[in-house]
Structures are given as structure tokens and as C-alpha cells.
Design a protein around this ligand. Structure first.
Ligand code: ATP
Ligand code: MG
Length: 271
């Protein structure tokens, strides 16, 4: 007999991905405990939670990189979506004498790089960089990029696959305030243009308040899930972070109305 559907209230057309009772144990330790949540189709869904909460683990389960119990279901016709992934950390040899353009073109090209890069592929690499407003990085050595610059190049790489689902693990880690704002606005624009779903882990509650349309509060289990204004409450934040966080007040942030076009900000009655 088929198992009962634990989240029957969502129709496949409404979500890009649905986690049903996802459970992960590693080395006998429970890392994720019956996590059930969704990323609504076309949303910017943020996963928040303290260090060690299992955020990266949940993304790795989604990407099929680790074993889990439970189900991860993709919406619409249930076919696996094209996934673009920007990892939390990238282990690579910083001494590698590879330019950003070569690094991006490498993914397209079938023949070895030492035969040179085809003009068409170089142009595609440049288009990918233009998309994330990083043309100026084309000739730079990948290993010499700053954290924020590298994040942008990795985003170009992820977008190059024209993903249905863009998964980002702390996309703004190491990015300064202005860079982060640009990064988030860029993603908001691209998401609207291309209609993909964005699923990101973030520690920055101001970013989440401004840009997420759906929030999953995770600390091994799901503590709360829903729109930011319902989930980012004092009680929920205290419950998952174990201390009083202070309510995130997006209205008090400098210039937020001028710069933020996310639906959560636009829907304010007084905006
Ligand atoms: N291969 C592994 N073996 C055993 N435990 C692991 C393994 N990988 C992760 N863990 C543990 O699982 C827990 C969740 O790790 P995870 O990386 O998912 O947390 P996170 O929420 O992404 O944290 P952070 O905010 O620090 O990135 C941590 O306690 C971690 O030590
Ligand atoms: Mg992590």
C-alpha cells in the first residue's frame, strides 16, 4: 500500500521542490529529522538556521549527493529540474593559471583547453559574465579573485545551465553590503525574467527579509515555514537560534524602499 502523502495541501504546480519527511543520519547522529517543507514555484525560498542546523545537508540531499530517508519530490510533471548550484565553499587550486573566461568556457568545451578556446565558446562565457555584470573579470586569474568576485563567477557558471531551480548555499558569504545588495537584486531580476525558483541558504536575516518570498527555519527539524513576515518572528528566531535575535525590522533599514523590489517589500501596505 502506498504511504500517505504527508503534505497533501500542495499541488505539484505550486512547488518546485517538496521535502517529505527527509531524514539524514551520519555516523549514528541525527542531522535532519523528518524535514517537510516546500520551495514554491518561482519563489525565492530562504533556508535559515544556526551553524550545524543541517542546511547544507538538506541541499546536498536535494542534489542527490548524500543518502536520505523520506522523499524529495519535484513539482509540475515530476521530472528532475535542471539545477544550478552555487556551493558554500569551493575547494580548488588557487595556483591554477586559468582566467575566468577560460574557467567558464571549460564547461562548454569538449576538447582539452590547451587546444585553445573556440571563439563561440569564449563568446558564451562572456555572455554568462555579462549576465551577472562581471565582464570586467573575464581576463582575471580565477585563483586571485576575491570571495565576492568568485561568488559572482560561480553564479555565472550556475546560470549558464539555464536552471529551473537555482540552489545557492550562502551566496553572499564574503560579499560586502553593497555587493550583497547587488547580488540579491540581480537574482531578483533574473528570477523574474527567467521564472526559475531560487533556493538559498542565508545567515543574513536582513537579506532574507528583503529578498525571500518563502522561508524555512531549520534546526535539524523545521521550526517554521512560510512568508518572511510570518516566519521571521521573535519567537521563531529565538526558537531556532536559541537566543533573542531582535526582530528583523526591514522598514528601519536605510534606503530599503529605494533599492528593494522584492515582493515582500512591495506588498507592504504603507510602501
Ligand atoms: N560527513 C559527515 N559526517 C558526520 N557529520 C556530518 C557530516 N557532514 C556534516 N555533518 C554534521 O552535520 C551537521 C549539519 O551540517 P551542515 O553542514 O548541514 O550544517 P549547516 O546548517 O550547513 O551549517 P553552517 O551554517 O555552518 O554551514 C553538523 O553538525 C555537521 O558536523
Ligand atoms: Mg552550510
Amino acid at each position: 500500500m502506498a504511504a500517505a502523502d504527508p503534505l497533501p495541501r500542495y499541488r505539484p504546480a505550486e512547488f518546485a521542490v517538496r521535502f517529505d519527511e527527509v531524514t539524514v543520519e551520519r555516523g549514528g547522529i541525527s542531522i535532519l529529522d523528518r524535514v517537510s517543507a516546500i520551495a514554491p514555484r518561482g519563489s525565492c525560498t530562504a533556508i535559515i538556521g544556526p551553524n550545524g542546523a543541517g542546511k547544507t545537508t538538506l541541499l546536498l540531499a536535494l542534489l542527490g549527493e548524500i543518502d536520505y530517508r523520506g522523499r524529495i519530490v519535484f513539482g509540475a510533471d515530476g521530472r528532475p529540474p535542471r539545477i544550478g548550484y552555487v556551493p558554500q565553499r569551493l575547494a580548488f587550486d588557487r595556483g591554477m593559471p586559468l582566467t575566468v573566461a577560460e574557467f567558464l568556457a571549460m564547461g562548454f568545451q569538449k576538447k582539452p583547453l590547451w587546444f585553445g578556446i573556440d571563439t563561440a565558446l569564449r563568446r558564451r562565457a562572456m555572455e554568462a559574465l555579462t549576465l551577472v555584470k562581471a565582464d570586467h573579470l573575464a581576463g582575471r586569474i580565477v585563483g586571485a579573485l576575491s570571495g565576492g568576485e568568485l561568488q559572482r563567477v560561480l553564479l555565472a557558471l550556475a546560470l549558464r545551465q539555464e536552471p529551473d531551480l537555482l540552489v545557492l548555499d550562502e551566496p553572499s558569504a564574503g560579499v560586502d553590503f553593497q555587493g550583497e545588495l547587488i547580488f540579491c537584486e540581480l537574482l531578483d531580476d533574473l528570477r523574474r525574467q527567467r521564472g526559475f525558483t531560487q533556493l538559498m541558504v542565508s545567515h543574513d536575516l536582513a537579506t532574507v527579509t528583503h529578498h525571500a518570498t518563502h522561508v524555512i527555519c531549520l534546526n535539524r527539524k523545521v521550526a517554521a515555514e512560510g512568508p518572511p513576515r510570518q516566519t521571521l518572528t521573535d519567537d521563531n528566531l529565538t526558537a531556532i537560534f536559541g537566543m533573542h535575535m531582535g526582530l528583523v525590522n526591514s522598514r528601519s533599514m536605510p534606503g530599503d524602499r529605494a533599492v528593494c523590489s522584492a515582493p515582500c517589500c512591495q506588498e507592504r501596505p504603507d510602501a
